[in-house]
Design a protein. Structure first.
Length: 95
């Protein structure tokens, strides 16, 4: 199963994360937040925006999400791996 499909089926859909994807649809691009960074030479913010699609979803990052979706994801971890459905179980470490 492709990585993008795995995340959708195993994480995003069960948690109801409808606003999370690797590539926001064109009609949502205006909502993508601008990132800022400080230039070491002038200490002024430099703005940049993601302007296109990657060839493949990037496992190391690149997800676009809403604050409500992130809240659901983090709440699932705070609930010990469950939020309506069991996503993860707590691991018991053996010594």
């Amino acid at each position: 199963m492709p990585y993008r499909q795995f995340l959708a089926k195993r994480i995003f859909e069960p948690l109801g994360m409808k606003g999370t994807s690797f590539f926001p649809p064109a009609n949502k691009m205006a909502r993508v937040a601008l990132s800022t960074r400080t230039s070491t030479a002038s200490f002024s913010p430099a703005r940049f925006r993601w302007s296109g699609r990657l060839a493949l979803p990037a496992p190391e990052g690149g997800l676009h999400s809403t604050s409500a979706d992130l809240l659901r994801f983090y709440q699932m971890f705070l609930n010990g791996g469950e939020l309506g459905v069991r996503m993860f179980r707590r691991r018991r470490w053996r010594r």
